[in-house]
Design a protein around this ligand. Structure first.
Ligand SMILES: C[S@@+](CC[C@H](N)C(=O)[O-])C[C@H]1O[C@@H](n2cnc3c(N)ncnc32)[C@H](O)[C@@H]1O
Length: 297
């Protein structure tokens, strides 16, 4: 029942006025003979024919905004707003995923999933409710032809999903949730025995167990809770996680998040106090994230 209702909703999302033409465009892209795929910091796809570059540039432009990347496709570089290689390189050494079943919750266009292919997991499934993210994923995967599965679903759908995972990554999602402890429980319940999560979260840089609940943070209206380091550890503990380990802490800078021609609006420099970059424009501590791994059972 849930799956049926959901597949109706999914169909509706893909038939939306702004999305349907993108799906059609991706389906009608010319056949391209790929000569080289490089899954490095810039995910690079090269082909033999040189006359296809313009039609690919048209498609990339139609698929804007590109939040995550970078990608270089047939010589066209997509300098995304976020240099996601920075995040990937923070978590990479903690990804013990060979022959394992992996989920990326809030996978966006799949940048991290494509990067993880080099670590030879058994399967990767990405969850993201954004139809534009799915279109960008489908576009890139048309060239890479991986067997990564993209589900147009959110973290809240995990309890109805019929598969569980050995490793779940869930990056940049928790502070967007109205009930972060329940979200962590959903992640935990989707882990196989011995499984682990890797998450990152905006934090307040203190061990005191406190939480900020802003109406707007760095111009984002959908940031509900920013925990301190102490508070997020408590959330994880309450959700039932064990062996909670902080693997990194990083201030967001304009090397990682920047305005490029591949997004339409503002970026980090517009979200900070112009006279004091240690504060957001609202006067809160400027974005700092921690990266945590924790075991489910
Ligand atoms: C801040 S971005 C983080 C993207 C990526 N994981 C990263 O860390 O670079 C948040 C992502 O979560 C997705 N998202 C929105 N609602 C969601 C939900 N209910 N469950 C899972 N992901 C969601 C958005 O579409 C977006 O791709």
């Amino acid at each position: 029942m849930y799956i049926q209702k959901n597949s109706r909703l999914l169909k509706q999302k893909l038939e939306a006025k702004n999305i349907a033409p993108l799906c059609d465009m991706i389906a009608s892209l010319p056949q391209i003979q790929i000569s080289h795929i490089n899954l490095n910091d810039i995910i690079e796809i090269e082909c033999i024919e040189s006359d296809k570059k313009d039609s690919i540039l048209e498609a990339i432009t139609a698929l804007k905004p590109w939040r995550k990347g970078p990608f270089r496709i047939l010589g066209n570089t997509i300098e995304s707003e976020w240099d996601s290689s920075i995040k990937y390189n923070i978590i990479k050494n903690h990804l013990h995923i060979k022959n394992k079943n992996i989920a990326d919750i809030g996978c966006n266009n799949g940048y991290y999933m494509f990067r993880m292919l080099e670590l030879l997991p058994k399967s990767i499934i990405g969850f993201d409710p954004s139809a534009l993210c799915k279109c960008q994923f489908d576009f890139i995967n048309r060239f890479i032809q991986s067997n990564i599965q993209f589900e147009l679903l959110g973290i809240e759908d995990l309890s109805h999903y019929d598969r569980t995972f050995d490793v779940i990554i869930c990056l940049g999602v928790l502070y967007h949730r109205t009930n972060p402890i329940d979200s962590l429980k959903l992640l935990k319940n989707s882990l196989n025995s011995g499984g682990e999560i890797i998450i990152d979260c905006l934090i307040l840089d203190t061990d005191e167990p406190i939480v900020l609940s802003p109406l707007r943070y760095a111009k984002m209206k959908n940031v509900y809770f920013i925990p301190s380091i102490g508070a997020i550890k408590n959330w994880l503990f309450r959700a039932g996680f064990k062996h909670i380990e902080i693997i990194a802490k990083k201030k967001t800078d304009t090397i990682e998040q920047r305005k490029t021609k591949w997004i339409n609006g503002e970026s980090l420099e517009d979200f900070l106090d112009p006279n004091d970059s240690s504060k957001t424009i609202e006067g809160f501590q400027a974005p700092i994230r921690i990266y945590i791994k924790a075991k489910g059972k």
